[in-house]
Design a protein around this ligand. Structure first.
Ligand SMILES: *[C@@H]1O[C@H](CO)[C@@H](O)[C@H](O)[C@H]1NC(C)=O
Ligand SMILES: *[C@@H]1O[C@H](CO)[C@@H](O)[C@H](O)[C@H]1NC(C)=O
Ligand SMILES: *[C@@H]1O[C@H](CO)[C@@H](O)[C@H](O)[C@H]1NC(C)=O
Ligand SMILES: *[C@@H]1O[C@H](CO)[C@@H](O)[C@H](O)[C@H]1NC(C)=O
Ligand SMILES: [Zn+2]
Length: 521
């Protein structure tokens, strides 16, 4: 219904406003001679203003009505935004957002605008991966737990390849040598070990890779390093809880975690399944809800790796059904992860996925690629035809107008992860992000952070900052920010009643935030 109303309104609007432009055009062409120059200028200016107004109204957040108190906050925020943009317009080398995130994140974090966006209730994060949720400072603190072993490469670089909790030395590895981390910290300068660990827990400060292959290699090496640290059963529980704390502290009230559901382990050879992994996550969320009444909640999107055999894929789908039956409230749906250009396309699995379409909700990554006309950008079409509820990234969507149209008709939201796209080198300068076009036509989008800890980003604020400063128009204001937050609830994996309750919690915090800023002024 909401969709139909929107289309009807747009149709009426287009007919009326285009009629005005058309009439003015006729008017303009009928004029000639100097006598009419003043009239021509008048018509030209009227048309110009008319078109700009139309674009402004039709963009994301363009029709959000702000109340008196919100308008006060809007003025403040727009002053800060204009100030940053003015600096950039005067001298581009002073414009943080046009630079690589690794050069700008600290300075951005120091701006008043960032501080205001941090406290702003931004709704939910609908796209974030299990192994990349917590700050590297927290991960480093985890490495001080006892019985942790580290595998140091035998090569000259001596990089840290794996971590594993164990009473005895873990199984022999070809390429690296195990030692107790506590002993390594005694033999080498402890600060040096920490510094090296920190460097290997993120992509920072590497800004340039020769190509996608090398970026993804580095990206995977971080996964390989953290997996043994995080899947230790006692750590997994603390880690997930800490993730909720860090997201909450960043103005987030809801989180959908995409997890590969790694099998946990402990020191006494306990037997775990992916149900244990899930239960730990769900329990962490229940504890968190009990302590923070305005926390809306978190949910799981089961997202195993996409580069697998047919047999393994069928197993995945069995897992998804099992998860749904055991955790009907916590399990949200299914997705596939990994380097999309390299993994298998959705089309390969169409038959199996169609069979489950009515039982399992899909939230597919699709079109995270710079290629055009390949399996990867066609994943967008497959995702939409398979009934995906949202699309992760969708960078290639504008190259497929038919898919774009169909996706809009089916109300499929796009999860935009600006910083991820830059660090993984799909996009350079964020001013060229294709989502600007989606913003301009008020396509349903949400802003998320993908793997914030891998790039030292805050759980959501940095991505919001980027979206507000350069993906959106210079003129886009608090209305856009409010719309983005509200979209994250509209497109979250809620049932009808839950969505209303979620909106209520977010609204309450939003109004408090507006009040707080008003009283401080
Ligand atoms: C822009 O700023 C940089 C760094 O402060 C400076 O080196 C450069 O001269 C400035 N350019 C202009 C045109 O002012
Ligand atoms: C950010 O602010 C902190 C604290 O005021 C300061 O120590 C730091 O140097 C600043 N960083 C940048 C990059 O401006
Ligand atoms: C895993 O979960 C099952 C219940 O599904 C439980 O009986 C078992 O003790 C758990 N395993 C461990 C090692 O905690
Ligand atoms: C785990 O399962 C194996 C094989 O079934 C069994 O030998 C072992 O005792 C189990 N471990 C625990 C702690 O129950
Ligand atoms: Zn992702």
């Amino acid at each position: 219904m909401a969709n139909l109303r929107w289309i009807r309104n747009l149709a009426i609007f287009l007919i009326l406003s285009n009629f005005l432009v058309f009439a003015l055009l006729l008017d303009l062409s009928a004029l000639h001679g100097y006598a009419q120059l003043a009239e021509r200028v008048r018509i030209y200016e009227t048309m110009r203003a008319n078109i700009l107004e139309k674009e402004s109204n039709n963009q994301l957040g363009g029709r959000v009505l702000l109340n008196a108190k919100e308008r006060v906050v809007n003025e403040l925020i727009m002053l800060e935004k204009q100030h940053e943009l003015e600096l950039g317009l005067k001298n581009i080398s002073h414009f943080q957002v046009a630079q690589h995130f690794f050069r700008s994140f600290e300075k951005i974090g120091n701006t008043t605008l960032f501080q205001n966006l941090k406290t702003m209730p931004k709704g939910g994060v609908l796209h974030a991966h299990d192994m990349a949720l917590c700050s590297s400072e927290y991960l480093l603190s985890l490495t001080y737990r006892e019985h942790l072993w580290i595998c140091v490469a035998k090569s000259e670089t001596q990089e840290y390849k794996m971590l594993r909790f164990s009473l005895l030395q873990p199984q022999h590895e070809e390429s690296c040598e195990w030692s107790l981390l506590s002993e390594l910290r005694q033999s080498v300068l402890s600060d040096a070990v920490d510094k090296k660990l920190l460097a290997q827990l993120t992509m920072y400060p590497l800004e340039h890779f020769p190509n996608e292959d090398t970026v993804w290699k580095r990206f995977r090496s971080i996964f390989r390093l953290v997996v043994g640290l995080l899947t230790y059963a006692p750590v997994w529980s603390d880690y997930i809880y800490k993730a909720l704390e860090e997201f909450y502290a960043d103005g987030v009230q809801y989180l959908e975690i995409r997890s590969v559901l790694p099998i946990l382990y402990d020191l006494s050879g306990g037997n775990y399944t992916l149900l244990n992994t899930t239960r730990v996550m769900r329990d962490a969320d229940l504890r968190f809800r009990a302590s923070y009444p305005d926390w809306i909640g978190s949910r799981l999107i089961y997202a195993p790796t996409r580069k697998v055999s047919d047999a393994r894929f069928v197993e995945y789908l069995g897992n998804a059904l099992l998860l749904k039956s055991h955790f009907p409230d916590y399990f949200a749906g299914f997705d596939l992860v990994g380097w999309e250009d390299e993994g298998r396309p959705l089309h390969d699995y169409a038959r199996e996925l169609l069979a489950l379409q009515d039982e399992i909700h899909f939230y597919f990554h699709a079109g995270e690629t710079n290629w055009y006309g390949t399996n990867t950008d066609e994943n967008l079409l497959d995702a939409v035809l398979l009934g995906t509820k949202r699309i992760g990234h969708g960078l290639a969507l504008l190259k497929h107008p038919e898919v774009l149209q169909l996706a809009r008709l089916r109300n499929v939201a796009i999860e935009i992860n600006p910083i991820s796209n830059q660090v993984l080198q799909y996009i350079g300068d964020l001013r060229t992000h294709p989502a600007s076009v989606l913003f301009a036509v008020n396509y349903p989008v949400v802003i998320a952070s993908d793997d914030p800890s891998f790039w030292k980003a805050t759980p959501l604020t940095h991505d919001f900052y980027m979206a507000f400063m350069v993906i959106a128009s210079r003129k886009a204001d608090l209305g856009l920010l409010k719309q983005l937050a509200s979209n994250s609830i509209t497109y979250g994996a809620f049932s009808g009643n839950e969505r209303e309750a979620a909106f209520e919690k977010w609204h309450k915090r939003w109004n408090q935030w507006i009040d707080n800023i008003n009283t401080k002024l």
